[in-house]
Design a protein around this ligand. Structure first.
Ligand code: NDP
Length: 448
């Protein structure tokens, strides 16, 4: 781990004391605070206004009971969360995660990251995140619907197009957004498109939103490669996960001339030396909701490695797109040793601090999630723009906007890293440029 500036250290200690046991939140805060020492030298006003202390404390945290009835008529109880972290730049914006591992510390780490990610997009959105410990796996459509309706019956009172606008994340895709939008509409008697993003195309959704996080992450890596006079063309790639982000990362990699040879789910990974057949993965995961191991039922030449470590597969570009802390120090060493030259994070905080250090020390191109995967939320903001103007844009125009946004994020991170004496370090560049933007707005608003 790197060190924290002595002026910032007591703030980090206070975060640890005030948020006991929330280890993912501590990790996300530490990673940002490690970059901020030099900012306080240039901007002493941020210390006077105690901006770092304020930014680490969510504006509002909502925890609620979600009761629902399963198909056997048994009452089930889950816990719902929404952390409205920071609204300096716009309404709270960030996805909902449905996964059994969800607890307050996970939602706070995601909400904290979201503040800076959203600032990097250059669009008017604040940071928030929510979800539940509900596990959609193995549930019927009717059970998922009843859960989503109960979840929204509490959450709706905290939402609004100028207040808080959720979207999807792990376990929340088009089906879940549909059930939640339907319930919001029913309770409020308002057809308020701008209250949720990731909607279906027939009812207020935006083209490219489904693809946006994966496409955006791939665009970001493409920019990092260009700086090094490289491209995706002919590169062997690994993309962990096989959900929304993973699938559209693999799609864009193929369009840019790369070949993905491995992807995964939480049970294992598949390796296909001929390149992953994306149509089959989409059929298995998006249509049939099956497991990635079913890939080898169709392609006998491919291998399924149960409980295996995907990062042992040699590659030139790695794009972790499953979950937090999926690459540790040893995995990172293995990737570098095997010739990996670029890592772009589609997932949020997929690399541990030890892993990040390995990538930075090896000076490979390392794009942290808050910059590399900002394309999803950026396109959500474009969906909000279309909703506000009662308009819908073409695929080509929307993808072009996304590509431009990712280029701008890359440029901002790259130039800020240079300005602060850390050339090529996108972690420093992302943290500092995003923090300054939010901090300046907070100073302007006074003590609120
Ligand atoms: P999905 O639910 O669509 O897919 C998640 C994928 O990751 C699944 O294949 C899942 O496998 C796998 N996975 C989850 N946990 C683990 C684990 N512990 N080990 C191995 N694989 C695992 O989610 P998304 O694709 O939407 O999200 C993936 C990541 O991207 C998350 O970190 C999310 O926060 C981040 N992200 C998503 C955005 C979006 O727009 N959707 C925007 C920005 C970031 P299984 O089916 O076995 O659980």
């Amino acid at each position: 781990m790197s060190s924290i500036d002595e002026k910032v250290e007591p703030i980090y200690k206070a975060v640890l004391d005030r948020n006991p046991g929330e280890i993912e939140f501590h990790q996300a805060v530490r990673e940002v605070l490690e970059s901020l020492g030099p900012v306080l030298v240039k901007h002493p006003e941020f210390a006077d206004h105690r901006i770092i202390e304020r930014i680490c404390e969510p504006e509002r945290q909502i925890i609620f009971r979600v009761p629902w009835v399963d198909d056997k008529n048994v009452v089930q109880i889950n816990r719902g969360f929404r952390v409205e972290f920071n609204s300096a730049l716009g309404p709270y914006k960030g996805g909902l995660r449905f996964h059994p591992s969800v607890y307050l510390g996970i939602i706070k780490f995601l909400g904290f990251e979201q503040i800076f990610k959203n600032a990097l997009t250059g669009l008017p959105i604040g940071g928030g995140k929510g979800g539940s410990d509900f596990d959609p796996k193995g549930k019927s459509d009717a059970e998922v619907m009843r859960f989503c309706q109960s979840f929204m019956t509490e959450l709706y009172r905290h939402l609004g197009e100028y207040t808080d606008v959720p979207a999807g994340d792990i376990g929340v895709g088009g089906r879940e957004i549909g059930y939640m939008f339907g319930q919001y509409k029913r309770i409020t008697n308002r057809w308020e498109a701008g209250v949720l993003t990731g909607k279906g195309l027939d009812w207020g959704g935006s083209l490219v939103r489904t693809e946006a996080t994966g496409y955006g992450a791939t665009f970001f890596v493409d920019e990092m490669l260009k700086v090094r006079n490289e491209s995706f063309d002919g590169k062997t790639c690994i993309v962990s996960g096989s959900g929304n982000v993973s699938i559209y990362t693999m799609e864009k990699i193929a369009q840019l001339g790369g070949k993905t040879v491995a992807c995964s789910d939480s049970n294992g990974y598949i390796y296909d030396e001929k390149g992953i057949d994306l149509d089959l993965v989409k059929q298995l995961k998006e249509v049939e909701r099956r497991r990635i191991k079913n890939y080898v039922d169709v392609y006998k030449h491919a291998k399924y490695i149960s409980k295996g470590n995907i990062w042992e597969v040699p590659c030139q570009v790695a794009m972790p797109s499953a979950t937090q802390n999926e690459i540790n120090g040893k995995d990172a060493e293995m990737l570098v040793k095997n010739g990996c030259i670029a890592v772009g994070e589609g997932a949020n905080m997929p690399t541990t601090p030890e892993g990040i250090k390995v990538f930075l020390d090896a000076k490979i191109a390392y794009g942290p999630g808050k910059a590399a995967n900002a394309g999803g939320v950026a396109t959500s903001a474009l969906e909000m723009q279309q909703n506000a103007s009662r308009d819908s844009w073409s695929f080509e125009y929307t993808e072009d906007r996304l590509r431009q946004i990712m280029r701008n994020i890359h440029k901002t991170c790259y130039e800020t890293a240079e300005e602060y004496g850390a050339p090529g370090n996108y972690v420093t560049g992302a943290n500092i440029s995003a923090f300054i933007k939010v901090a300046q707005a907070m100073v302007a608003f006074g003590v609120i």
